[in-house]
Structures are given as structure tokens and as C-alpha cells.
Design a protein around this ligand. Structure first.
Ligand code: ATP
Ligand code: MG
Length: 423
């Protein structure tokens, strides 16, 4: 029997995992700078949470969820996205009562969607996202967007653009909805089955259809922008002016409709403009969701957030021909030449590590030359060589791999000498 990693998933091997760790530390640093705190919610939730919030006309809910019945006959779903769980926790833990509003949260972890695998699209992917819940200030929209841009910037991406739209409040959305129904109804027979059911349930979703993208009625569909009422327009103007204030350029796209049902007002995506990037160019998507907390039984608590996958961030870096610097793996590699030397080496190894020095040695009983090759591959800054003479004389040979110099150092002084060198 040959076992394989499930389709749409991947092993992150040691040759790659260090890049993930770098992204994760960038995320932590930036969130810390903006005072967003980490929240960790379970990998699975009650299925109904996603049905109600993400929306039962979305691709996620109709086609992509990993849903199962547990042994207590409850329907559970592996989380396909992060916002609904976070808002569920916000309501359940009464975070609306915290003295400092909005509550600013971030999360990072695996999400699951049963999708067709292609570049940048996996069945298990890692999403980083933030949610600022409790404020309807347009400045927080700009803050959330700038946090996402800052993460990409620190990761080294330059070929990115911000695309912005406003979905308006419910009054605006209703007016637009009626216009959409009038527009599509006479020809709905020419559209896919999904769109036909969307026409009644949520016609806005037709604009986001991936099957009927090229239908002529798509381009001529009534634009949301023309249906924004006065207060929605004023809100959007403020978001734009805050972005301008902090020097974040944007493009407007009146057809930008986010994949999830719960959005209103600000909607945005950050896309890669790099030529090397594949068909999927969206790196990050988010928006405002003012009714979501109420939808799941909480008080009114306007929120805004986004999600981005680490997979697409790394793909974008690759497409731009950029990469992270890999730190040397080791400070010291210990090469030993016979049994007594090994014993001494093993003891020294333990002392080095206790002193906070990254060190390793050979466990395969190999010849000196092979051990030296390992030290090279690990990019060790120094090598300690111990043979019979060194055991007898209570010294070691310390080789600096940077300049090739070598010196004899007494056992008593070795830790201090290496610490000095590492400074
Ligand atoms: P798409 O139109 O690409 O399917 P979506 O609207 O389903 O995107 P969201 O639900 O808004 O995407 O997810 C936000 C972000 O999560 C995306 O911009 C992307 O970075 C990432 N993402 C979504 N689905 C996947 C996936 N299957 N594999 C990897 N990353 C994903
Ligand atoms: Mg999708």
C-alpha cells in the first residue's frame, strides 16, 4: 500500500518551513505594532454557523465545505474561513463588553475548502486574517487595509495593488438588488443553475459567478456605485480619504463583490500585478460586515476584517523573483575523531546548547571528511574538532568557517570564546 498526501494538501518540508516561520514572525510583529491580539478558535464549528453567515448561495457553503456528522449526530464543519468563528467567539465571550472597543483580533491557521486544486488553490491552506469589531469609524477600515499592505511590504512584495469598492448599507443594497433582478430576470435561462437560484436568494452573487463571467449581461449589469445612498457614499469617501492620508494608492472596481454574504460598505482585495503570477491574482480579500454579530445572536457590533493565505503570499514572492534570507542553521558543528573524543564532544555539545549556542554533531559514525561536509551544508559558523590529542591536552581545535582561521582553545575557555565570536 502506498500512501500519499491527500489531494489539495501539501507537506511543508524543512526546506520550506523556515519561510513559513519568517512570514509568521512578520505577521506577529506587524499585528503587535497595530495592537491586534491573537485569537485561536477550534478547527471545526457547528455547520450552521457557516451556513448562516457565509451564506447558503456562496460557493463555500454549496460546494466547498468539509462537513461531517460526529458521533453525537451533530453536523460539524472544518472551518472554511476565519471571520464567522471569530465573531462567534466575540459574541459568546461577550467581548462587546470589553472597555476598549473596537476589539482588534488576528488569527492564523489552516482553513479547509473542497476545491479543485490548482496553483494557489488548495483544500487545506493557511489563512492569516484580522478582525476589528465594535467600531464603524471609516478610519479603522483604512487601518485594517494598511495592516495587510504592511505585511506584504515587509515580506518584500512590491508588485501589488489595492482594489476597492463599496457595497453600501442595506438600503443601498436593496435598491441595487431590485435593479439586478430587473436586469437579469428576462435572460436568466441563459445562466448557470447556481445563478438561477441566486437570482431569488442573492442576485448580487451573480456578479461574482465564475461560470457566466463572459455573458454580455454581466458587463451591462447595474453598478452598485450608482445605488449607494447618501450616507453610504459619505462613508466610502471617508475611507478613501483616510487611505490617501496615509499614502496607500487604490483602484476602484464597482464590480468587486466579495465571495461571502456578510459584507457591506467597504470591500477590498489586494492583488498581485507580477507577470509571473498565475491565473489567480487575489492575495487578500476582506471587507466590512456590520450585521454579522447580530446575525449570530449578539448585539449590534460593526466589524471589518480580511483573510489572506500564506500560500499565495509565498507564490507572489516567487513570482516577483524575491526570497527571504535564510539564516545559517548552526553556530557550531562538532567533529570528533574517535570514541573518547565523541564522549567529550557530546558533553561539550550539551554545554553549548545550555549557553544558548546552536550546535550539533555527527550521529552516524562517519569519517572526518564527511563530518566536515555536513558542517558546510548546515552553514555552521564555527567547527570544533576533537581528536585523541585534544582529549589528552584538555583543549579543542576551533575553526572559524568565515575566514578559515584555526586556533587551539582550552576546554575551560571554549564557551566564552565562541560567545565572543558570535557577537
Ligand atoms: P477565490 O475567488 O480566489 O476563490 P475567495 O473569494 O474564495 O477567493 P476568500 O474567501 O475571500 O477567497 O479568502 C480570502 C483569501 O484566502 C484569498 O484572497 C486567498 O488569499 C485565500 N484563499 C482562499 N481560498 C484559498 C485556497 N483554496 N487556497 C489557498 N488560498 C486560498
Ligand atoms: Mg473561493
Amino acid at each position: 500500500m502506498n500512501f500519499k498526501v491527500p489531494r489539495g494538501t501539501q507537506d511543508i518540508l524543512p526546506s520550506e518551513s523556515w519561510k513559513w516561520q519568517q512570514v509568521e514572525s512578520i505577521i506577529r510583529e506587524v499585528c503587535d505594532m497595530y495592537r491586534y491580539k491573537e485569537i485561536r478558535t477550534p478547527i471545526f464549528e457547528q455547520t450552521e454557523l457557516f451556513q448562516r453567515t457565509v451564506g447558503d448561495t456562496t460557493d463555500i457553503v454549496t460546494k466547498e465545505m468539509y462537513t461531517f456528522t460526529d458521533r453525537g449526530d451533530r453536523s460539524m464543519t472544518l472551518r472554511p474561513e476565519g471571520t464567522a468563528p471569530v465573531v462567534r467567539s466575540f459574541v459568546e465571550n461577550k467581548m462587546f463588553g470589553y472597555p476598549d472597543q473596537p476589539v482588534k483580533l488576528y488569527y492564523q491557521g489552516p482553513m479547509f475548502r473542497y476545491e479543485r486544486q490548482q496553483a494557489g488553490r488548495y483544500r487545506q491552506f493557511v489563512q492569516f486574517g484580522v478582525e476589528a469589531i465594535g467600531s464603524a469609524d471609516p478610519a479603522i477600515d483604512a487601518e485594517v487595509i494598511s495592516l495587510a499592505m504592511e505585511v506584504y511590504k515587509r515580506a518584500g512584495l512590491t508588485d501589488i495593488k489595492l482594489v476597492l469598492n463599496s457595497l453600501g448599507d442595506s438600503e443601498s443594497r436593496n435598491a441595487h438588488r431590485e435593479a439586478l433582478v430587473t436586469h437579469f430576470s428576462p435572460h436568466i435561462g441563459e445562466f448557470c443553475k447556481d445563478c438561477q437560484s441566486r437570482l431569488e436568494k442573492n442576485p448580487l452573487r451573480i456578479l461574482d459567478c465564475k461560470v457566466d463571467r463572459e455573458h454580455p449581461l454581466m458587463a451591462s449589469a447595474p453598478s452598485l456605485t450608482d445605488y449607494l445612498n447618501e450616507s453610504s457614499t459619505a462613508y466610502f469617501e471617508q475611507v478613501k480619504s483616510y487611505l490617501e492620508e496615509i499614502g496607500i494608492p487604490y483602484e476602484l472596481d464597482p464590480n468587486l463583490v466579495r465571495g461571502l454574504d456578510y459584507y457591506n460598505h467597504t470591500a477590498f482585495e489586494i492583488m498581485s500585478t507580477s507577470k509571473g503570477f498565475g491565473a489567480i491574482t487575489t492575495l487578500c480579500g476582506g471587507g466590512r460586515y456590520n450585521g454579522l454579530a447580530e446575525e449570530i445572536g449578539g448585539p449590534s457590533a460593526p466589524g471589518i476584517g480580511y483573510g489572506m493565505s500564506i500560500e499565495r503570499l509565498l507564490l507572489a514572492l516567487e513570482a516577483e523573483g524575491k526570497s527571504f534570507m535564510q539564516d545559517p542553521e548552526l553556530d557550531v558543528y562538532i567533529v570528533t575523531l574517535e570514541q573518547a573524543a565523541r564522549r567529550k564532544g557530546f558533553k561539550l555539545l550539551n554545554e553549548l546548547r545550555k549557553a544558548g549556542i546552536r550546535a550539533d554533531m555527527d550521529y552516524m559514525d562517519r569519517k572526518m571528511k564527511a563530518q566536515m561536509k555536513s558542517a558546510d551544508r548546515f552553514n555552521a559558523k564555527s567547527v570544533i574538532v576533537i581528536g585523541e590529542d585534544e582529549v589528552n591536552d584538555q583543549v579543542v581545535q576551533l575553526k572559524n568557517m568565515g575566514d578559515g582561521s584555526q586556533q587551539k582553545v582550552s576546554d575551560a575557555a571554549i564557551i566564552e570564546t565562541i560567545k565572543e565570536q558570535l557577537k
